[in-house]
Every structure is written in structure tokens, then in C-alpha cells.
Design a protein around this ligand. Structure first.
Ligand SMILES: Nc1ncnc2c1ncn2[C@@H]1O[C@H](COP(=O)(O)OP(=O)(O)OP(=O)(O)O)[C@@H](O)[C@H]1O
Length: 728
């Protein structure tokens, strides 16, 4: 900086510091008055409710008095509702102001609207902030004008408001580093070539919970976050390109942009594993939004099936193995799903897919009765409609049967002779009147309670033999009998097909309230799983992110096949490619760039400085291993080291071999690659990168995934000879 520039900078600094001081004080005032309002309103609310109970004279002595009493209660209730909603919105504002006090804003754009007036300054923060006179001091990062800040340019620019593009000129774009009311630094885009604020953010140590990236969102990420034009978005992004971060910011953006139409209940996130579910749980609350339904596909599928499903560990072991049973490969394929779609005739050929409804092993509704009911339904209707009609018939038949049952002398006798304790248990009161009408009323309730499971089974379609339908379709497709696990536990591939069949032929699962579905690590889905999502959420907008180079399981899908499997929906899939990598130091990024299989099409761009070179070390014995771990522990000054293995078995064995005491002393965590997906750690050691452990194309992708988990330091060990993928 020249002397003049320095002087200008200082002058500008003083001006910005003054503005910050002004906004911060306004925020403090706002916090205090909101605080006082909320406290007072709560106290008043209590007093109000007390007063109301005194005011409302409950008079039920005549019809007109009843009506008066009801309408007074109704009016008072409305007042309480209004008061509550005032308190709730004040509380939300208060929360926002409190959050903003940590750093009132992080950016500014000076916008020239190409009119006569001078350029206007817009400060951008995590929330908007205005005062009672509606002067806007800070704009929410999701507001339309903030797009200009994220476009990361000066000069000609444009932003969209309600579908209209507004052309403007950006005179200045400024980033701030602020701690509460102290301005630490600022940078102007026009003078700084590299993004120092971003680099500083990337220098932070890893944490056990994911952090939001609001103040440093990059322009290529911003386009995805703000894309509300395309209903189906697919992002192919290299490791560390911010796919998960983009998804989280996008959710916050959608909740803001569609705040009149949706809440977090209309959004579903599908995460790669249970640990990841909690890893990302912090981001949206830190932005003042509620986390939507966030679960793994396994958990999601489990919610829609009453059968027992494999657990996460079994699932990962299964998809990590080299061999895939032929029958699994078949039921994962799109062509099998196509065949299911055409199977209505096949199912109807032999009506043998009903189960009797049982109670204590006794048949209550026989398959013959179910079949008879089914045959009464119009055979011109589709199967799904006939099943629903059969359910109605069976339910009303069953209600009639229960009414008759309640009139039987033995039931009446049993009810009359119930000891008082059982009367209390069943009816929550004692039978004080033994007139026939009263006893009959109790007998009906008694029968309903005794047969409640049957009622549930009839209504809940437990009489449909889903497994039978599955077996029939599978046999017709392969001429072979499908072999289920003898312990009766379904794996996710089977469960996916069961739900697909259920939704297609038995009952539409009503998931229509999900307006947005966001899928992370989409390369690990099968075609059948993608088809299931397409059929369960026909109207939802999808955002899917993944990395073909991280397809490390035997369950995976090519991006072109994702696009093909969405072809049932007429909208095009919008494809984005992200190649900037933000997580790892430059030299680690360059190492995993060499492992990317398709990098003749594009190169991964490291954003962080080079940092320490990855170290590749030969270790032959257990003693070598321990010695090395001790050395690394010293080198890292006792900081945590994460050791990544290729398989779960290897992780377990190593844990046994080293022992918990040593692991604790060395601050060492061992984790298989399957469970470290999506996560990141400061220091990583990849265990046993020998040629015999890493030699297939899939192994190469595993190495790529494992090395891209490291942010600062990467160590790689091998025993005999190093994998050829890492040889110079
Ligand atoms: N614009 C950004 N500003 C600051 N940090 C960022 C930005 N984009 C990404 N990061 C950081 O880079 C790291 C990787 O981000 P994220 O986990 O979202 O990437 P990813 O593409 O999902 O990674 P992977 O596929 O390798 O698991 C995180 O620490 C994230 O905070």
C-alpha cells in the first residue's frame, strides 16, 4: 500500500467503524426494548388469563346463557391467540438481534441504480435489521439485493426481484471482519485479488459440528443456493467443494424466500449416515431456522415399513463388500423397477397375495373372506383402487361383526362380572348402572378394546402379503426363487422394492407435503432408490449433490443414470459442476486431484495455500506403527488425529490391537471410510495404503475420499509396497 492508499484506508476505516458503532448501538436498543416487551407481554399475558377466568362467568343455566358464555370464551381465546403470536414474533426478532450482535453484518455493496441519484450502500448480514421508522440498516443475506454482494464483482451487474432483472452498476464491494462492535478489518474486492476473508474462514480448525458459510458463500455456490427456477437440480462437485454447505444454505434461502408458503416441515434432507445427521444439525439453528426432517435413507425406509430392517452397521458392511449377490444386483436395477410397473396383470392372475387377519393365532378374517370382498370390487378399476375398496368393505364388515359380538350373552356376562380394577382399566370408570342399554354400551367398548389389534390390522392392510407379491414379480422376472435372509430381517434393497410395490399397487403414500427434497452423497444411491424417490415425491423439487469420484460402495449410480431415472418427470435436470475445493490445504488437494478418475475433463482447483506436504511412510510391524503414531502425536502437539481404514473390520482389528488406553493417550480416533463420508478432520492418517489393499478403480475412489477428509495434515502408511495410485 502506498502512503496515499494507507491514508485513504484509514479514513474509510474510521467511517466504517463509526457506522458499525451506530448500528451496534441501535441493535442494543432494539434488543433491550424487545426484551422488555417480551417480559412485559408474558407477565401481562398471565394476568390477562387470570382476569379472563374471573371475567367469564360460566353460566350454563339456559341455552342463551350458554351461547353468551361460549362467545365470550371464543373472543377471549382470540385475544390470547393474538397476544401469543405477537409474543412469538417479538421473541423471534429478539433471537435474531441477539445473533446479529456477534457480528452485525459482513458485507457491503455500493449500488448505482443508473439513475440521477448517488450510489446507495447496502450492508449485508445474517439477518436484516431496521428501526421503528423502517430505516434499513442491514439487509438479510437472502434478500434480493444481497445477490449483488455474492456475485463477487464490481462494475455492471444485475439482480432479480419478483422475476424482473434489475440492471445496476456496483461501485464497490466490501467484506468486513467484525467482532461485536469492533471492526477488525475490511477488504474491497477491487483491491484484493484473493479473498482474504474466505482464506481466514478456511484456516479455522475443524469442529465436531458443521458451520454455516453465510459470510463467504462463493459465486458458483450462490447460483445453486438461489436457484428457484429449476425443480430438479443435480450438483456434481469435487471433494470439499461445499456441496453440503450449499445444501444447508439453500434450505435457509428457501425458508426465507417461500416463508409465506412453507415451513421446515415441508423439507426433507436425506443424509448419508446417522453421524452425519447430527453433524449438520447445528447449521440451520445458527441461521435462525428450524432443521427440517433430516434422516438417512435407511431410517426413511424404516418409517414406511412395519418389518424389521438391517441396522446401519450391517448395511455399510454389506455395501462395502466386493461381491454383490446377483439377486441384489437385479432388484437394484431400473429394469426390474420397470418390470414391477408392468406387473398389475401378473399380480391379478392368481389372487394369492392375501394373509388372514389373526388374533392370538386364531383366524379372525380368513383369506377366503378377503378374496370374496375383493371380488365384489369393480374389476375394471386399477388394482390400487380395488385394494382400497376392499379395505372399506372389510372395515365395515368388521365393525358389524363387533357390534354383534358385543350382544352375545357370554360377552355381556363377562362385562358384568368384571372386577372393579378391570372396569377402571378398560373404561376409566366404574359401571354403576346395569340396565341393558348401559351394559351393551360397555360391552361394545370392551369388544373394541379386546379386538383393537384386529381393527388396526384390517385398516392398516396387514392382510396384504407384500412379500408374496415381491416373490411373484421376482420369479416372473428371473424364473428363480428370491432368497430372503433366514432371520427375517430385510435389507434396504428389498425394503425399497417393497415400498415401491406398496406405493404402486396397494396404497399411495401421502408425502405430498414435502415441497423440497435434498439428497446428499447421491452417487451412493441405486437406480431403484432414485426411482422410489421419484415415485414417492412426484411434485417435490429435488436438490441432489454428490461426487462420482466418491462412489466407494457397491451400491452406486452414474450421474447420467440419475438424469435418466428422472425422465419420468417432464422437467429437465439442471446439472451444476463444482471444481473449486475449499476443505483441504493446497498440497492435500493436489494429491487427491491425482486420484480423481475423470480429471482429464477438469482439474480440481485448490483454494487454500499449499500447507504441509502429505507424508507417505512405510511401517512393517505393530511396533513401527505405534512408534509412528507416537511421533505424529508429538509433531501435532497432542492435537487429535483421525485414522481412516478401508473397512469396518480393519478398524475394529486395529482398535483391538492398539487398545483403548493408547488411543486415548494419543488422542487418536479410528474410523472406517464408510462412516467418514461427508466429514472432515484437521489431521488424517490413511492406514495400510499398500498395493494389495488398494488396487482396483473402486479402491482408488476410496483413497480419493479418505485423503479429501484431511484439512491440514495427511499421513499415509503402507507395509510392503505402496499402492500404485500414489506412486510418483
Ligand atoms: N464458501 C465457503 N466459505 C467458507 N468455507 C467453505 C465454503 N465452501 C466450503 N467451505 C468449507 O469447506 C469444507 C467442505 O465443505 P462441504 O463439506 O460442504 O463440502 P462437500 O463438497 O460436501 O465435501 P465432500 O463431498 O468432500 O464431503 C467445509 O469445512 C466448509 O465449511
Amino acid at each position: 500500500m502506498t502512503q496515499n492508499n494507507l491514508h485513504d484506508y484509514e479514513k474509510e476505516f474510521a467511517k466504517e467503524a463509526e457506522y458499525l458503532d451506530f448500528v451496534y448501538k441501535k441493535m442494543l436498543q432494539s434488543r433491550d426494548s424487545l426484551d422488555a416487551f417480551v417480559k412485559e407481554a408474558r407477565e401481562d399475558g398471565l394476568a390477562f388469563v387470570q382476569k379472563m377466568s374471573e371475567d367469564v362467568r360460566v353460566d350454563f343455566s339456559s341455552f342463551s346463557d350458554n351461547m353468551d358464555t361460549f362467545s365470550t370464551i371464543e373472543m377471549k381465546n382470540r385475544e390470547i391467540d393474538q397476544m401469543n403470536s405477537r409474543i412469538i414474533s417479538a421473541e423471534k426478532l429478539l433471537e435474531n438481534v441477539k445473533r446479529s450482535l456477534d457480528a452485525p453484518y459482513f458485507g457491503k455493496v455500493d449500488v448505482d441504480f443508473l439513475e440521477d441519484e448517488e450510489a446507495e450502500s447496502f450492508y449485508i448480514g445474517i439477518n436484516s435489521f431496521d428501526d421503528d421508522n423502517y430505516a434499513k440498516f442491514v439487509y438479510d443475506w437472502r434478500s434480493p439485493i444481497a445477490e449483488l454482494f455474492y456475485n463477487n464483482t464490481t462494475g455492471e451487474s444485475a439482480y432479480e426481484v419478483n422475476g424482473n432483472m434489475i440492471e445496476v452498476e456496483i461501485d464497490k464491494r466490501r467484506q468486513f471482519v467484525i467482532d461485536k462492535d469492533t471492526l477488525l478489518k475490511f477488504f474491497d474486492t477491487s483491491v484484493s485479488i484473493q479473498d482474504d476473508v474466505l482464506l481466514e474462514a478456511l484456516e479455522q480448525d475443524s469442529s465436531s459440528l458443521m458451520q454455516d458459510i453465510t459470510s463467504t458463500i462463493q459465486s458458483e455456490q450462490n447460483v445453486i443456493i438461489r436457484d428457484t427456477k429449476h425443480p430438479i437440480i443435480l450438483v456434481n462437485g469435487v471433494a470439499g467443494s461445499g456441496k453440503t454447505s450449499t445444501i444447508m444454505q439453500r434450505i435457509a434461502y428457501l425458508l426465507y424466500s417461500f416463508r409465506k408458503e412453507i415451513t421446515s416441515d415441508n423439507i426433507l434432507i436425506l443424509s448419508p449416515n446417522e453421524h452425519f445427521v447430527s453433524y449438520i444439525s447445528n447449521v440451520l439453528p445458527s441461521l435462525g431456522e428450524k432443521t427440517p426432517l433430516n434422516m438417512t435413507l435407511l431410517q426413511f425406509v424404516g418409517r414406511h415399513l412395519s418389518m424389521e430392517l438391517e441396522d446401519e452397521q450391517t448395511y455399510f458392511n454389506r455395501i462395502s463388500s466386493h461381491e454383490v449377490p446377483k439377486q441384489t444386483e437385479i432388484i437394484r436395477s431400473a429394469s426390474f423397477i420397470d418390470f414391477i410397473n408392468e406387473s398389475e396383470e401378473l399380480i391379478l392372475q392368481h389372487m394369492d397375495f392375501f394373509n388372514p387377519v389373526l388374533r392370538k393365532d386364531k383366524e379372525i378374517v380368513s383369506t377366503e373372506k378377503i378374496l370374496k370382498a375383493f371380488e365384489q370390487t369393480p374389476d375394471s378399476s386399477p388394482l390400487i383402487a380395488r385394494i382400497q375398496a376392499t379395505r372399506q368393505l372389510l372395515s365395515s364388515n368388521w365393525e358389524r361383526r363387533m357390534t354383534k359380538l358385543a350382544q352375545k350373552p357370554n360377552v355381556i356376562d363377562r362385562v358384568m362380572s368384571l372386577p372393579e380394577s378391570l372396569q377402571q382399566k378398560f373404561f376409566k370408570e366404574l359401571i354403576t348402572d346395569d340396565s341393558p342399554q348401559t351394559i351393551n354400551k360397555y360391552a361394545k367398548r370392551y369388544v373394541h378394546i379386546q379386538y383393537s389389534q384386529v381393527t388396526r390390522d384390517v385398516r392398516g392392510l396387514a392382510w396384504i402379503n407384500l412379500q408374496g407379491i415381491f416373490e411373484k414379480i421376482y420369479f416372473a422376472y428371473t424364473q428363480e426363487v428370491y432368497q430372503f435372509n433366514p432371520d427375517g430381517i430385510l435389507n434396504i434393497d428389498e425394503a425399497v422394492v417393497f415400498i415401491y410395490i406398496y406405493n404402486r399397487f396397494i396404497e399411495k403414500l401421502s408425502l405430498t407435503n414435502m415441497r423440497f427434497v435434498l439428497v446428499d452423497e447421491v452417487q451412493d444411491y441405486t437406480e431403484a432408490q432414485i426411482r422410489l424417490l421419484v415415485s414417492l415425491f412426484p411434485k417435490s423439487a429435488f436438490t441432489m449433490v454428490g461426487d462420482e469420484n466418491q462412489a466407494i460402495f457397491n451400491a452406486n449410480i452414474k450421474f447420467q443414470d440419475i438424469i435418466n431415472n428422472f425422465s419420468a418427470r417432464s422437467e429437465n435436470v439442471e446439472l451444476y459442476q463444482l471444481v473449486n475445493s475449499y476443505r483441504s490445504s493446497g498440497s492435500i488437494t493436489r494429491l487427491f486431484n491425482r486420484l480423481a478418475t475423470n480429471n482429464d475433463e477438469w482439474e480440481i482447483v485448490p483454494i487454500r495455500p499449499a500447507g504441509n506436504e502429505p507424508k507417505i511412510i512405510k511401517v512393517e510391524t505393530k511396533a513401527d506403527n505405534i512408534k509412528l503414531l507416537e511421533e505424529i502425536h508429538q509433531e501435532l502437539d497432542g492435537k487429535a488425529l483421525t485414522l481412516i481404514t478401508k473397512t469396518m473390520v480393519e478398524a475394529d482389528e486395529l482398535e483391538q490391537l492398539l487398545g483403548q488406553e493408547l488411543l486415548d493417550r494419543l488422542n487418536l480416533t479410528i474410523i472406517p471410510i464408510s462412516l467418514s463420508k461427508g466429514l472432515e478432520f484437521d489431521n488424517v492418517l490413511i492406514h495400510n495404503a499398500s498395493n494389495d489393499n488398494y488396487h482396483t478403480q473402486r479402491d482408488k475412489r476410496i483413497l480419493y475420499t479418505a485423503s479429501s477428509r484431511a484439512m491440514k495434515n495427511l499421513y499415509i502408511t503402507f507395509s510392503d509396497s505402496l499402492t500404485e495410485f500414489l506412486q510418483a
